[in-house]
Design a protein around this ligand. Structure first.
Ligand code: NAD
Length: 441
């Protein structure tokens, strides 16, 4: 059993705290936002993540997990301090490190015994050294400490499962003993542990996310070409993905990536490269393709609605940036809804979990209670998030209640041929069979 303090109870921090407590450690989780800590003390989760509430409750009951807003209380017995605060996009895509700075300063001012600072936030290369400098300069008296980078690779929607079953643990430090101590903490997870230096560990995280974003933009570019040539990108992706050198994951064409990580991490990496005088052309293209995917929804709608969306009613199914989360950060739905409203369309929408967060972010659409309430009287429906409940919609009922049977499927859930047979005007992304004539060359 080790004593761990976790700073930040967001998607990464809360899941990390729950998981490490569940592994038998004593964890005190801290957040600067009092309301979140108050909620957690009443076992109300401040975020939606499948299975999280149960694991939190179990570990609170066992006395292994507690919550506080006090750094003194969190650090009192801690050997490890996990920094899990946000690093949002700042000016010019640069990662905004204000929360990391605050956390580092508060740790420095509060620590009373040697400890290992483990950084799980996604931070620009060189931040570990910067954090070490902050702590050294802010300590009231010199106390031993080490900084270890331990980037987090969890996916929202399956975060707990991912933290408990990682593909690898990456540890970066200039202090080998500290890295070994953090490695011990991770042994129960039985995943390969890669130990490297601080900067390399920080870069592994950015390179991983940038690669995954690239894979998505790659298949989306192929989808656009498929659509022009009458090929089906779903089958192309299946054929490509069967090759082990390529792999089948992250080859789902559609409306593109969003969320709190890929867009901001690609931007931060581009910024880091540019500051060093490099020209990250591939990453520029990845971003550009991703933005175009969102715009394609509008193009497809214009195409099917006589070129003009003014006064048309468009239903949007799904608001969260992906299924099984309530996270609305950089969600494609927001871009699409704002564009629709700008074009003069009326928008109706529904999401199984993210409605509350969405209502705080976007005004203008009518928020409905289910997909059918959305579809009622709509000129077109757009599927944005592939929630399970959108995969088996009662299509006959939809067709009955819609004003026009038009569906834009941003996640390629449905079969184009079947949809056309049912009388829908259906557009996926890159599905070839789009009802238009393709000229053989
Ligand atoms: P989040 O915004 O959900 O949570 C951050 C939390 O930190 C908030 O609750 C905030 O109140 C708290 N906080 C900020 N400053 C603080 C301070 N000085 N002291 C105490 N608490 C403070 O963010 P997140 O999604 O959990 O992401 C955290 C980091 O992990 C980011 O760097 C992100 O890029 C990275 N990451 C996120 C994911 C993901 O899927 N969300 C996956 C891997 C890595």
């Amino acid at each position: 059993m080790k004593n761990i303090a976790v700073i930040g109870v967001g998607y990464v921090g809360l899941v990390t705290a729950a998981a490490y407590a569940d592994l038998g450690n004593r964890v005190v989780a801290l957040d600067a936002v009092e309301e979140k800590i108050e909620k957690l003390k009443q076992n109300i989760m401040p975020i939606y993540e499948p299975g999280l509430a149960e694991v939190v409750a179990r570990n609170v009951a066992s006395g292994r997990l507690s919550f506080t807003t006090s750094y003194a209380e969190a650090l009192k017995d801690a050997r490890f301090v996990f920094i899990c605060v946000g690093t949002p996009s700042g000016v010019d895509g640069e990662a905004d490190l204000q929360y990391v700075r605050q956390a580092a300063e508060q740790v420095a001012e509060t620590m009373e015994h040697p400890m290992i600072i483990v950084n799980k936030s996604t931070v620009p290369v060189g931040t570990g050294d910067w954090v070490a400098d902050i702590i050294k300069n802010k300590q009231p008296r010199p106390i031993d400490f080490a900084v270890v980078s331990c980037p987090e690779f969890l996916r929202e929607g399956s975060a707990l499962l991912d933290v408990m079953n990682p593909d690898r643990t990456v540890l970066g430090s200039l202090d080998r003993d500290a890295a070994d101590e953090v490695a011990q903490l991770h042994l129960p997870l039985r995943a390969p542990i890669i130990v490297t230096d601080l900067r390399t560990a920080e870069m592994i995280k950015y390179a991983s996310n940038a690669f995954l974003a690239t894979k998505i933009s790659f298949i989306n570019e192929i989808a656009t070409i498929c659509e022009a040539l009458g090929a089906d990108v779903k089958e192309v992706a299946a054929g490509m993905g069967a090759d082990r050198r390529i792999g089948k994951m992250f080859l789902d064409a559609g409306i593109g990536y969003g969320g709190s990580c890929f867009p901001k991490d690609v931007s931060a990496l581009k910024h880091m490269a540019t500051v060093q005088g490099q020209h990250p052309q591939l990453l520029e293209a990845v971003t550009e393709i991703n933005a175009y995917q969102r715009h394609q929804v509008i193009l497809k709608l214009r195409d099917l609605l006589d070129g003009d969306l003014k006064g048309k009613t468009v239903g949007v199914l799904g608001l969260a940036f992906k299924p099984n989360t309530d996270d609305m950060r950089d969600a494609p739905a927001v871009t699409v809804i704002e564009a629709l409203l700008k074009e003069g369309a009326k928008v109706k929408t529904y999401d199984p979990v993210a409605m509350e967060n969405a209502q705080a972010m976007i005004s203008g659409p009518a928020f409905c209670n289910n997909p059918y309430e959305v579809a009622e009287g709509c000129d077109a429906l757009v599927i944005i998030t592939e929630w399970n409940e959108f995969k088996q919609l009662d299509l006959a009922r939809l067709k009955d209640i819609m004003k026009q049977p038009i569906i834009i499927d941003g996640r390629n859930i449905y079969d184009p041929a079947m949809m056309m047979d049912m009388g829908f005007q259906y557009r996926g992304f890159g599905r070839g069979y789009n009802g238009s004539q393709v000229n053989a060359q």
